[in-house]
Design a protein around this ligand. Sequence first.
Ligand code: SDX
Length: 374
Amino acid sequence: MTDIHKGLAGVVVDTTAVSKVNPETNSLLYRGYPVQELAATQPFEAVTLLLWHGELPTADELAAFEREERALRPLDPRTLALLDTLPGTAHPMDVVRTVVSQLGACDDTLHGPGAWTDPELDLARARYLFAQLPTVVAAVQRRRRGLAPIPPRDDLDYASNFLWMTFGELPSAAAVDVFRVSMVLYAEHSFNASTFTARVIASTTADLYSAVVGAIGALKGPLHGGANEAVMHLFDEIGSAERVGPWLDRALAEKRKIMGFGHRVYKRGDSRVPTMRAALEVLLEESGDTGLAELYETLEREFVARKGIYPNLDYPSGPAYRLLGFDTEIFTPLFVAARVTGWTAHIMEQAAANALIRPLSAYDGPEERHVPQG
Ligand code: SDX
């Protein structure tokens, strides 16, 4: 009997130098650096360069990237026109996926032999997507509220500009920092489902945009990136800390998955949670929202006590994004904006030492049979 590795659980499919997840020590390293150190000290732009190039940038390299990134932020009129044609009822993840697909269709550098996988062009495409996604996501958020997009500012860093374009006011230093930390923590996590999807697509030597579009599709599901949105729906459904106990009894009796808990790799807690939890704490204190804080604590305490399953990054990031002012349906697009760095790092790593990803399956359908004659 062939060994079947359902869900590829426990299967090592390739090497990567981008990040190391170690569930034994509950640690996550980006190119060797503990993610907590990066979150404490680095702008998201520097972490992005680290993920792409393997080293933290010098001050000059960072400044050059910042200049380039700021120049790439404004949306093409075709993107603004596309946003206007999509129904207001479309899920923001569907809108973001569609826009990235359009950016690929409009990228003239894809024409010509070898252009789909040219390393220099791929790096330029990665920078372009990195710079464009915040402008897209902010425009989608504003459109949901009946508001016109706000053009990017080139005097603001990534995190400040993202919040400026979304809310039209300069955010507090604390809000910028929480948002920056969330971007750093969401940026990369080895062979998760969306990154693996991107690598599968890249392995066919299709272009980088196609791989990112596929990754966005994979991220949408609540078992993966969609969980940060789903956590907030759970909070809204439960309503308050007093209702957690009976709600949890019923949910577990119905065998529901409790969003924001559990992980395929970490079994004793997600390495990123303490950092994001501390960031959330800042917003909770600033807002004085004791109801949300109590609900958060109570659900975590009671679920861990009953099942021994710990929160993942989506558990603290969902409420943090709500307190920053985003609509719940925008949470996963924020994850896209962060993870595009990891996806593109992996797409380029896959391309540099490519082998077509094509596993085997064990057939369990009918034995050979034949169409009746006559
Ligand atoms: C992300 O891979 C990555 O690195 C992903 C990610 C990244 O940065 O890219 O970290 C981001 O995707 C985080 C995960 C977000 N998803 C959720 O929060 C959804 C809720 N969680 C689960 O459904 C679940 O924990 C998964 C999908 C995350 C992991 O699932 P596995 O590894 O396939 O494990 P499983 O579903 O087979 O669970 C094993 C047992 C089951 O019980 P038994 O059938 O053995 O009795 O644990 C139970 C599960 O029912 N369980 C849960 C649960 N998580 C696991 N039960 C209730 N609620 C949960 N959340």
